[in-house]
Design a binder for this molecule. Structure first.
Ligand SMILES: NC(=O)c1ccc[n+]([C@@H]2O[C@H](COP(=O)([O-])OP(=O)(O)OC[C@H]3O[C@@H](n4cnc5c(N)ncnc54)[C@H](O)[C@@H]3O)[C@@H](O)[C@H]2O)c1
Length: 415
């Protein structure tokens, strides 16, 4: 199917040809020569993108994708009319749907960005791949371990290019950490400590959002939001504040630990944790939330322990990751260059250093790979490993005991 703005030559290209062409164009000139030059440059190299779930994060991603050269946002699906209206005012001409399946039916969409609540990620992940479209899916990859297994298997059986929204995998600090560890500057690592912290005014719980007055049963496709969770009358508070409830969310491990554990796993090439323990509770504001606001997570790996701790009642130490090695220490603060200090015991002549690798644009990295059919910086397998760590920690908290990987996998997830 041609697009009006593509010009006459483009009109005769079928949609299948256009897709194949985008793939071939990146592979070499032989493919390029198969088409007249006028259809090769400009319009033809655009990647047509749709979005599913355009709320807070979705709006950030909408701005990001619109800034990527050669990508065109053409459609979005969201269950809430306010979100569709917002998108229409930002992107004139965008097609909107209240049911993501209509968007996936669109033949001329190449790639889909998913930023829906956690409990719907798997449906949108699998649906996008089944529709033959490339995928950018927000973290955490899935709501549960069985879903993570399903998504990883589907990804492995698919030719689609998949990026998980773990944007710190595209950071210069990740590049530098991998390089310095590989070069032996850090030595043997037996411990990693990691934390993130926030604060809010007294009486105001972290993450709690006001419910807009137009958030009503008439304006929301409520059953699509529930996505198989027990049916009930419309509840605007849960739609807007899904993060606070286990049936839709994974608490702060799914919201924030996932970024840091993925960064650590990526830097050190870690396998799945062998065991997890998480203590904590709802201590900061008792506002009806189920997910804890304070926690300490211990993740066991072969010959290494990784801890992650978090509070919503003090942000003095902000967030960081420290990789502690026999030969050196790495300290990572988001958005800042990686820092290195030698351990004089084993590297007496070593010198401290600051990372200099540049951050990459995570969204642009995905679109580049959509063209080249390359592997993006945060493929499903790091999405999977980090998701399993999140779910092991949460299951340990819910079951009030340390769980091995095998024990965690044997637990049937409950809403
Ligand atoms: N990578 C990051 O740094 C980052 C930052 C924030 C959030 N996130 C992730 O982004 C996701 C969304 O978070 P958010 O804060 O934007 O939530 P949100 O509630 O603001 O947005 C979710 C949107 O999805 C819509 N929606 C709900 N059910 C839907 C369905 N079945 N089909 C289509 N749309 C549906 C909602 O109406 C809403 O507009 C989460 O997975 C979150 O963890 C990632």
């Amino acid at each position: 199917m041609g697009h009006p703005e593509h010009g006459a030559n483009e009109e005769i290209m079928t949609e299948q040809n256009r897709r194949t062409f985008i793939k071939q164009a990146a592979m070499g000139t032989a493919a390029v020569l198969a088409y007249p030059a006028s259809t090769v440059l400009g319009a033809n190299d655009r990647v047509r993108v749709g979005m599913i779930g355009v709320g807070d994060r979705g709006n950030d991603l909408l701005d990001q994708i619109r800034a990527v050269h050669g990508a065109e946002l053409v459609a979005m699906a969201d269950v809430y009319s306010r979100r569709r209206d917002q998108a229409k005012s930002k992107v004139p001409g965008i097609q909107t749907f209240d049911d993501h399946r209509r968007l996936l039916d669109m033949k001329d969409i190449d790639a889909v960005i998913v930023a829906s609540p956690l409990h719907i990620h798997t449906r949108h992940f699998l649906g996008t791949l089944a529709a033959g479209k490339d995928l950018y899916s927000e973290k955490t990859m899935t709501w549960s371990i069985p879903e993570a297994d399903k998504c990883l298997a589907a990804a492995k059986g698919s030719k689609q290019v998949i990026q998980i929204g773990l944007q710190h995998q595209s950071s210069g600090a990740q590049t530098d950490a991998r390089q310095w560890i590989k070069d032996g500057h850090v030595g043997k690592v037996t411990q990693v400590e990691s934390w993130m912290s926030r604060n809010t005014p007294h009486g105001k719980g972290q993450w709690v959002r006001p419910v807009p007055s137009d958030c009503t049963a008439q304006n929301v496709n409520w059953s699509a939001f529930l996505n198989g969770r027990p049916d009930r009358p419309f509840d605007g508070y849960k739609l807007i504040n899904w993060r606070l409830f286990w049936e839709f969310a994974g608490g702060n491990c799914a919201e924030n630990m996932v970024h840091q554990i993925a960064w650590i796993m990526g830097a050190l090439d870690l396998p799945l944790p062998t065991a997890a323990y998480m203590s904590g509770g709802v201590f900061s504001e008792k506002d009806g939330r189920e997910v804890p606001d304070t926690m300490v997570v211990t993740l066991d790996f072969p010959n290494m322990v990784v801890t992650w701790q978090s509070t919503f009642s003090n942000k003095h130490y902000d967030m960081a990751d420290r990789i502690l090695g026999s030969d050196g220490t790495l300290e990572h603060h988001f958005e800042e260059p990686l820092e290195y200090w030698p351990e004089k015991t084993n590297r007496p002549n070593g010198e401290s250093a600051k990372g200099s690798s540049k951050n990459q644009d995570h969204m642009a990295n995905w679109i580049d790979c959509v063209r080249s059919r390359g592997v993006p910086n945060a493929p499903p397998e790091i999405g999977y490993r980090s998701a399993i760590a999140v779910h092991m920690a949460n299951l340990s908290y819910k079951n009030k005991r340390r769980l091995t990987l095998e024990e965690a996998k044997a637990i049937t997830p409950e809403f």
